[in-house]
Ligand binder design. Structure first.
Ligand code: NAD
Ligand code: UGA
Length: 440
């Protein structure tokens, strides 16, 4: 089928590439000229393992192309995916301006029946808004074309996005139109044949499934993080607690890793958005609201712990390993490192920071602190003259580091392992004054 994906970010680009891998002829469209120019030169705007090879293969096979021309993108396709950002507004609700701009552009260029698929994470009822916007513009043009708006939320994880799109746990499709559903089945034919579970439901339920899923995972993380705070005080081990909890099939061991708090472009924004949706409909989403405040508390607790154990951080140098909100991505949006670094700097610390992929984005996100942060080339440089190391993000390369070598270059020997990467290694406690999360 001929498919257009509007938005070439973490979701749109991966989705476009994978749909072309499924044999569809895909146009990826974005308003960002630099992104498209670079994509046409084979330069990817994001770091996502495994994406480049599949992209190049499908460009060579002439199944995948990139454009800024919305008209070309719409005229030639039967199915149009909207995969643009839905960032938080000042009050936390999802800002739909990019989605509605796409709807307007689609209305301006529609030339026959098409299925409009919303992949962006959007509040319940956005499908109706998109439909109305397209109809309004068609009305202004004085033309009538049939179209269907389908909800098809995305569940990929950054860093694992390629695999998640090739082998999703489930595909959710929300539509009341049998014609649109038949087309969506063709779009995902490869997955359908591979017996991937499909959920066919109405559009509003589909929109809500996305928020319900993300918020639940955020609650799970905040839950274990709060257990971790208590475990440290009572002398219990949260990793073992989580392991034993997870043996109960009803609980599952996934998303029970305590740490510095969840971050990223989705959990923080989507939890706040669903709380706002609740307010709009007069429902207090108290469990999710508690998860949000527990997450803020968690980041603050990390700062407090470092300050307490080091008897203050004023004029001390802290080496931060890992800046992105998780490994295998260059995405710094809402990374816990940002708040934790700010907390340490406010208390007088100097920061040395190293991250395999996050430094470029961290430089502009933390530019107001540029006098207090030095960005380093590697973990060894980061440790030189540092009083403490804070392992912020569990990049694989930090697992096998030569801890003796790090210690020998440091001024003092504090090690705050906010991801419990080395907590099972007895040696680490001999080398450092070692502080994991949720255990002693
Ligand atoms: P992103 O910010 O990485 O990318 C959005 C892209 O859309 C940008 O390249 C931007 O230039 C482009 N864009 C904006 N307005 C446009 C327009 N009118 N026409 C064409 N292009 C336009 O965003 P993202 O992380 O890919 O997220 C997109 C959506 O998917 C969000 O709703 C997000 O919540 C959801 N989501 C994200 C993830 C993730 O892991 N990042 C996973 C699942 C769902
Ligand atoms: C998350 C969801 O996992 C995806 O299913 C969803 O599609 C996506 O949000 C989205 O809607 O954008 P992502 O943000 O890429 O994916 O990353 P996760 O692996 O879920 O991690 C999110 C945050 O939670 C990270 O900061 C991570 O370190 C933290 N986390 C995760 C924990 O602290 N503990 C855990 O046990 C798991």
């Amino acid at each position: 089928m001929n498919v257009t994906v509007i938005g070439t970010g973490y979701v749109g680009l991966v989705q476009g590439v994978i749909l072309s891998e499924f044999g569809h002829k895909v146009i990826c469209m974005d308003i960002d000229k630099t992104k498209i120019e670079n994509l046409n030169k084979g330069i990817l705007p994001i770091y996502e393992p495994g994406l480049k090879d599949i992209l190049e293969h499908n460009v060579n096979e002439k199944r995948l192309s990139f454009t800024t021309d919305i008209k070309e993108a719409i005229l030639n396709s039967e199915v149009i995916f909207i995969a643009v950002g839905t960032p938080p507004s000042d009050d936390g609700s999802a800002d739909l301006k990019y989605v509605l701009e796409c709807a307007k552009n689609i209305g301006e260029n529609l030339n026959g029946y098409k299925v409009i698929v919303n992949k962006s994470t959007v509040p319940v009822g956005t499908g109706d808004l998109v439909e109305k916007e397209i109809e309004k513009v068609l009305g202004k043009r004085g033309v009538k074309f049939k179209f269907d708006v389908v909800s098809n939320p995305e569940f990929l994880r950054e860093g694992k996005a390629v695999n998640d799109c090739l082998r999703p746990d489930r595909v959710v499709i929300g539509s009341e139109s049998t014609k649109a559903l038949d087309i969506m089945k063709k779009i995902y034919d490869v997955l359908y044949i591979n017996k991937t579970p499909f959920v066919f439901t109405n559009r509003r339920t589909s929109e809500m499934i996305k928020y319900a899923s993300n918020a639940f995972l955020a609650v799970k993380i905040s839950y274990i993080n709060e257990m971790a705070l208590l475990a440290e005080k009572v002398g219990a081990n949260t990793q073992e607690i989580a392991q034993a909890m997870g043996m109960d099939g009803r609980i599952s061991p996934k998303f029970l890793h305590c740490g510095p708090g969840y971050g990223g472009s989705c959990f923080p924004k989507d939890t706040k958005a669903i709380v706002e949706i609740g307010k709009e409909y007069g429902e207090n989403m108290s469990v999710i609201a508690a998860a949000i405040s527990a997450n803020e508390k968690q980041k603050q607790k990390m700062v407090e712990k470092i300050i307490k154990e080091m008897s203050g951080v004023s004029r001390k140098t802290i080496g931060i390993l890992g800046l992105t909100f998780k490994p295998e991505t260059d995405d710094m949006r809402d990374a816990p490192s940002i708040d934790i670094i700010r907390g340490l700097v406010i208390n007088g610390a100097k920061i040395k920071a190293y991250c395999p992929k996050g430094i470029e984005e961290a430089k502009w996100r933390l530019k107001d602190l540029n006098r207090d942060i030095e960005f380093c080339e590697n973990e060894v440089e980061c440790s030189k003259g540092s009083d403490a190391i804070v392992l912020m993000t569990e990049w694989n390369q930090f697992r096998g580091m030569d801890l003796e070598e790090l210690k020998n270059r440091m001024k003092d020997n504090f090690y705050f392992d906010l991801r419990n990467v080395h907590s099972k290694d007895d040696n680490v406690r001999k080398i450092f004054r070692y502080f994991p999360v949720g255990q002693c």
